[in-house]
Unconditional design. Structure first.
Length: 274
């Protein structure tokens, strides 16, 4: 069981930020914006899936997971609120959030399916966010030139995603989820998540007038496909999820723990497991 605390981030998100807030780089800004646009709806889906799955467990299992689920819900609710504030600035800049619309439609269309399907989808997506989170903490240059408050926002979110990477996976297994559906949903989530993220990033770049610029795609290659880029360097860790004996705790979370220790002045703890 993982002890998860709920933190309140001490940064200003009322003040607007520049369109190319990520170091003046159009692609990095558009890509991170697309991620943020997916978060509020996605975080609520994760909360609902884990809460419903946890409530379905026998009483002794609910008790065993209660503190971790409480912390998970608190952290994800905080992420949802913070990114809603961030996205409010994107709205004012004229960006159209299609990734959220597609997620909403899928969630509504699948509302009737077995709760373990939702848990499997949540666990799969949490694996992606954990991989991205650890990569971010290893590569702070992905935010080079961004305002310190926005660097803090993204690295704090990354640290907490890595911290709670096991919760949905554990609830899925406790609820009787099997290996076949875990892998099936992981492959589906891979296709949908990456496809949606690419489409929203392209839409953001089109809105900026930067889609057809050479430097935009040079930055994309550097961020995603360079030897230590986000996608290329994480292929092996992505494949780990396909192993029958995989558990998220097998991936190192030391960078997350170190960042939270080193930057404790940037947040206050507002909730601990009961």
């Amino acid at each position: 069981m993982t002890e998860l605390v709920v933190r309140r981030l001490l940064i200003d998100l009322e003040t607007p930020f520049a369109r190319h807030w990520n170091g003046g780089d159009a692609f990095r800004s558009a890509f991170f914006n697309a991620l943020s646009m997916s978060f509020p709806r996605g975080e609520q889906y994760f909360i609902d899936s884990v809460r419903t799955g946890w409530k379905s467990l026998p009483e002794i299992e609910r008790a065993a997971h209660a503190a971790e689920v409480q912390g998970f819900i608190g952290q994800e609710a905080t992420h949802r609120r913070i990114h809603a504030l961030f996205n409010g600035h994107l709205d004012k800049q004229g960006y159209s959030n299609r990734i959220e619309q597609r997620a909403k439609a899928r969630i509504e269309a699948s509302a009737h399916v077995d709760l373990r399907i939702h848990l499997a989808a949540t666990a799969a997506t949490e694996h992606f966010t954990a991989l991205f989170a650890d990569w971010m903490l290893r590569h702070p240059e992905a935010l080079e030139g961004a305002e310190p408050r926005l660097q803090t926002l993204w690295l704090w979110h990354a640290a907490e995603e890595s911290e709670h990477r096991c919760t949905a996976f554990d609830i899925y297994r406790a609820a009787g989820g099997n290996q076949a559906w875990r892998l099936r949903l992981f492959r589906l989530v891979t296709m949908l998540f990456l496809g949606d993220l690419l489409r929203q990033t392209v839409r953001n770049l089109w809105h900026d007038g930067c889609l057809l610029q050479w430097r935009t795609w040079r930055s994309a290659h550097r961020l995603l496909f360079a030897r230590d880029g986000l996608i290329r360097s994480n292929v092996g860790l992505w494949r780990d999820y396909l192993r029958e004996d995989f558990h998220p705790s097998q991936h190192d979370a030391a960078r997350s723990q170190q960042w939270l220790r080193d930057h404790h002045a940037q947040f206050t703890v507002v909730g601990r497991p009961a």
